[in-house]
Design a protein around this ligand. Structure first.
Ligand code: CO
Length: 251
């Protein structure tokens, strides 16, 4: 499937989808506290998505069992919510959420601290978020796709962090995962030329230690190979002639 250019009507539906997801993320941020389980977070997120008229797009996606991916500490992405996995003060937790509104997908991720967290953990979260904003400075028509990842990787790497290479961002629209793939690091070639109307989910995954990952036996959870903390930040954006438009949260 080729990279799609969305029409103005499609973009309007993507805006509504993204706005609803922003509401979900803001509610989830306020819900996080020591003692709650990762399953409670996912169940609450699913309830919010449905209350807003959306459909959770992750649930049953290739067999993924929940609406929200909840990844704690050294878990990078795709943590499976569990009743007996309780958050405790000092943890960091990555919430990856998405929904479908009238056939159009949105996708966004945030990492939050649980109660008081260490300075190192907060710095990892802040740098991961900032790497996204550095990357999207080149996300405009006339630039090449791979400038985004090159910028993200260089920024996060300058702090000595490991930039995950096994998982990448993606185009998004009538499907959760569309072309193109969007690496968060420098790759060969310039990538496609960006055009107005492309909608992209850009999602740096940054490890405090090495970039290497482990794949859990549960078939989903991806963790850091060295046990270091990891953070994730993702938004769905629209390419325009000028600055990219944020379709999900701005936080
Ligand atoms: Co995504």
């Amino acid at each position: 499937m080729a990279v799609t250019i969305k029409t103005e009507q499609e973009i309007e539906l993507m805006r509504v989808s993204g706005h609803k997801l922003e509401i979900v993320h803001n509610e989830l941020r306020d819900f996080i506290k020591p003692g709650i389980s990762t399953l409670e977070i996912s169940n609450y997120g699913e309830k919010l998505i449905r209350k807003l008229g959306g459909i959770p797009n992750f649930k049953n996606y290739e067999g993924y069992p929940a609406a929200i991916c909840v990844s704690v500490n050294d878990e990078i992405v795709h943590g499976i919510p569990k009743k007996n996995r309780k958050l405790k003060e000092g943890d960091i937790v990555s919430l990856d959420a998405g929904l479908i509104w009238k056939g159009y997908h949105s996708d966004a991720a945030r990492t939050w601290g649980v109660g008081q967290i260490s300075e190192e953990a907060q710095k990892l979260i802040d740098v991961t978020r900032q790497s996204f904003f550095e990357g999207i400075k080149c996300a405009k028509a006339g630039h090449h796709l791979h400038e985004i990842g090159t910028t993200i990787g260089a920024y996060a790497g300058s702090f000595g962090y490991g930039v995950v290479e096994e998982l990448v961002g993606h185009g998004i629209g009538t499907h959760l995962h569309e072309e193109p793939q969007i690496p968060n690091f420098k790759v060969k070639g310039r990538g496609i030329l960006l055009e107005p109307g492309m909608t992209l989910a850009i999602e740096p995954m940054i490890n405090a230690g090495s970039k290497h990952v482990n794949w859990s036996d549960d078939g989903w959870t991806v963790t850091t190979a060295d046990g270091s903390l990891s953070a994730h930040y993702e938004n769905t954006i629209l390419i325009t002639d000028g600055e990219p438009e944020m379709l999900t949260c701005t936080e």
